[in-house]
Design a protein. Structure first.
Length: 160
């Protein structure tokens, strides 16, 4: 993939596509892209973070921090990517299902109801649904086999 100069986040519920104009691209190669960012809309429990977009795996792994700099949790989005070579932009489509990993080892899989709603409302294609479920299964397999450190290493090695 060519160097990305613009990032867009597309959400299905609610429907929106926004330019991530303040995200800072820290590193990118053919396998992943790393960014650091502040929240778009201020949140009481977290203020900033960093993300690694794994292109082949359809996963975005984010490290979410409280305002005091302590780790709140790891947040994993199942995503789809669309690279536009004419403007060197990458659009990341959030396929709704997320996995949250807390520092104490607790894990939650969330927003499966939104995935079902998106399918019912025709907001997601059969192919996107299939991709989402396969990528979710892949991520959960990595976590259950105690291999999540492989996905964390791209952010940790940069000191993020």
């Amino acid at each position: 993939m060519n160097k990305v100069s613009r990032l867009y986040r597309r959400r299905l519920i609610p429907a929106e596509c926004i330019l991530l104009k303040d995200d800072v691209i820290v590193e990118q190669n053919d396998e992943f892209l790393v960014t650091k960012w502040n929240t778009i809309r201020p949140k009481p429990n977290f203020s900033h973070g960093c993300s690694c977009y794994f292109f082949r795996e359809g996963i975005k792994v984010s490290k979410i921090y409280k305002a005091d700099g302590t780790l709140l949790y790891w947040y994993c989005d199942i995503v789809d990517y669309d690279f536009d070579s004419s403007e060197c932009s990458l659009t990341i489509t959030d396929l709704l299902v997320d996995v949250i990993l807390y520092p104490d080892g607790h894990m939650e899989v969330v927003d499966l109801d939104e995935l079902a709603e998106a399918l019912e409302r025709g907001l997601i294609t059969k192919e996107q649904m299939t991709t989402c479920l396969r990528n979710l299964n892949h991520l959960l397999t990595i976590i259950y086999r105690d291999k999540f450190d492989r996905l964390q290493s791209s952010l940790n090695s940069l000191g993020l």
